[in-house]
Ligand binder design. Sequence first.
Ligand code: SF4
Length: 468
Amino acid sequence: MNLQKSASPLMDEQLAFAERVADIIKATYVEPPKACVETYGCQQNVSDSEHIKGMLLKMGYLLTENSEEADFVLFNTCAVREHAEARVYGNLGALKHLKRRRPGMIIAICGCMVQQQSVADRIKKSYPYVDILFGTHVTYRLPEFIYNLLMGKKRVFNIETDQKEIVEGGPVSRDGDLKGWLPIMYGCNNFCTYCIVPYVRGRERSRAPEEIIAEAREMVAMGFKEITLLGQNVNSYGKGEAHGVNFAKLIRMINDIEGDFKIRFMTSHPKDCTEELLDTMAECKKVCHQLHLPMQSGSNRILKIMNRHYDIERYLHLIDYAREKMPDITLTSDIIVGFPGETYDDFCETVKVIKRVGFTSLFTFIYSKREGTPAAIMEDPISREEKGKWFTELLKAQEEISRKGYGEMVGKTYRVLCDGEGRVPGRMSGRTDGNVVIEFEADASAYGRYFLVRVNELTNVLCGTIID
Ligand code: SF4
């Protein structure tokens, strides 16, 4: 666990609550109680959960991944897709029996899903065994919520949105020891018509560059070999802030930190992705040549209805510019199939563009309606079944493109960071600068080290041999 440098007064207050909770826990339990945090959704949530776990350790809990043995269970939820929400309700239902067997346990829920008033109301009414519910703006106040509950408050529900300031200085318990998340900003100003994020995460707020640099330095000192900068739209980092550091400048500052480590970032928005940023990626040795640039649709008509603020010509210009500056760059994207009003012709435009670009891989989704967003009330005449057919067609097209791209890697040599075991015994797995997985013969001592690996073949994964 590491404590960030400068705790803000609001965090000092919470650290004091954490101490009080720790005292109560010491006086109540013979063995330290256990806490289980289940995370749904994106990397931003994974990072938030790392901060929550840091605070739970500070309060005297031990962490467990098994909710059956936990004295405190927290679901950190996602609101992006209907399916994820349904899963949370199902898993919450299962906790009812657990609580009946262990009445002393605390059940808590937080994150984007519960930031929606309708969801908070439903949980309050239909899930009376949920003790604590808190939204994305007050995550840092968990110690206070637990304290209030332990002091006799029946239930704690808080989805306030007045907290605009970023509260720095809390403890972090990172899940990994090799690759780490580093949030640089929160929220989003873009209001894409299908997306719930601006409503549940609020407006963009960027962390001060000195806080980010201090945390990056600390991660490097701890031995992290890869730092991924996180934000809903990292390209607009620093906009409207007095410090005058934009995303490209921030990357240069992190690149200047001494040490053998690499920098990745996500997610980019094509509207704010600049040539300056692509030049910076090409010039900074520590920045991986990997760009995830969500396209969402290849049809200008649909991009306009999605409120994406770019057209496909600009998107392709960015792709061509990135390739010109970094011929080895790996490109990936997000695509939504079946957006309200999309026709088969629009869909064919998307397929045309993905063939033109040749993405290494794609994250594809069938449109999921989110109540409260403009798209939720748009006419959507295409059936789910029809959308499913388009989706399969897209997957097939991308599969061919990916396979061809991976096939072209055979015979070439790549520097990879070994980050885990391979799929068969005797093999370890690593990732290239472009985030492509290659497996090679090695034992566990290879973990955390860089190797030069020559790719020999493509089966269901790329396999190679260490040459240095
Ligand atoms: S850029 Fe658009 S899709 Fe991304 S988080 Fe913001 S509103 Fe949602």
